[in-house]
Design a binder for this molecule. Structure first.
Ligand SMILES: Nc1ncnc2c1ncn2[C@@H]1O[C@H](COP(=O)(O)OP(=O)(O)OP(=O)(O)O)[C@@H](O)[C@H]1O
Ligand SMILES: [Mg+2]
Length: 270
């Protein structure tokens, strides 16, 4: 690990970039999986308006692994929910594989969520009464994959995440790390364009969290699926292609991993 780091630069010293320079970071010719344009989200709470997103512009290239960091309340989950079609932005546009999410009706949106997006949450969110195999098979059945084919893929992918001997276990018969592996297998099941992982290691111990991160990176590379992962975990920086920092509902900084010489252990101590 140490070969990746040569000197220490605190995150706060990362160069600030003008708003639209970020858009060039993926390269002019990169195939894009996600593009947001001036996305805002305002929550109205009685008299109070909460500006959860204040105009976010980001392009994410196909196959990229990008980590989104930022303090609690900075808007990471809101950005995820907007990109994932779970929350409607107040203004601005979100494109997934060049599809403008705002233009979709309820059925089309359900199709997009099912085929194009895989979700991984901090609290796993797998169905409690279903086995690991059923949890992973279900989204493929929703997507119209024939049952035999869906089951074969579920068995393969559960084996790939290290649960080949746990396919018939229900969540209560699995550890937290194992449940998160089921969630990862489920997220990758339909070969989506993008995986949105919102603090996937927050409920796990250090070692299990590290294994989960490494697994997500391996799957990202093997399956060529774009991964966007929000995290407070500095270990994520090592395996990311790019790292974005959010603050007060804005993307403050974004940089390629090899441009960020961060000594993770020292940064983590700050
Ligand atoms: N449904 C909602 N209604 C009203 N306000 C909300 C809602 N969801 C989020 N917010 C507010 O929007 C802001 C951004 O919240 P968000 O959950 O996106 O932050 P976050 O970066 O994911 O934080 P954390 O690291 O704690 O998960 C916060 O001020 C939060 O209180
Ligand atoms: Mg959050």
């Amino acid at each position: 690990m140490s070969s990746l780091h040569t000197k220490t630069i605190p995150a706060s010293d990362m160069p600030d970039r003008p708003a639209f320079n970020w858009l060039d970071d993926t390269g002019e010719d990169a195939d894009l999986t996600v593009m947001t344009r001036d996305v805002t989200k305002i929550y109205q709470m009685g008299e109070e308006k909460i500006h959860a997103l204040g105009g976010v512009n980001i392009k994410i290239a196909t196959g990229e692994y990008i980590s989104i960091m930022g303090p609690s309340g900075s808007g990471k989950t809101t950005l995820f929910n907007v990109i994932g079609g779970l929350t409607k932005p107040t203004s601005g546009n979100v494109f997934i594989d060049e599809i403008d999410v705002a233009q979709l009706d309820a059925n089309e949106l359900a199709w997009l969520r099912c085929r194009k997006i895989g979700y991984i949450f901090q609290s796993y969110n797998i169905v409690k009464v279903l086995t690991a195999l059923e949890n992973v098979t279900l989204p493929m059945l929703f997507a119209g994959v024939p049952p035999d084919e869906a089951q074969d893929r579920a068995v393969y992918i559960l084996g790939r995440v290290g649960l080949g001997d746990r396919v018939l276990h229900t969540p209560k018969e699995l550890s937290g790390g194992q449940q998160q592996r089921v969630a990862i297998a489920r997220a990758f099941a339909n070969k989506p364009s993008i995986i949105l992982a919102d603090e996937p290691t927050a409920n796990l111990d250090l070692k299990t969290g590290e294994e989960i991160i490494e697994l997500m990176r391996e799957m990202n590379q093997e399956e060529g699926v774009t991964v966007v992962c929000s995290t407070h975990d500095h270990k994520m920086l090592n395996i990311s292609d790019r790292i974005a920092w959010m603050q007060d509902g804005l993307l403050k900084k974004i940089a390629k991993r090899d441009e960020v010489d961060i000594e993770i252990s020292q940064l983590a101590e700050k």
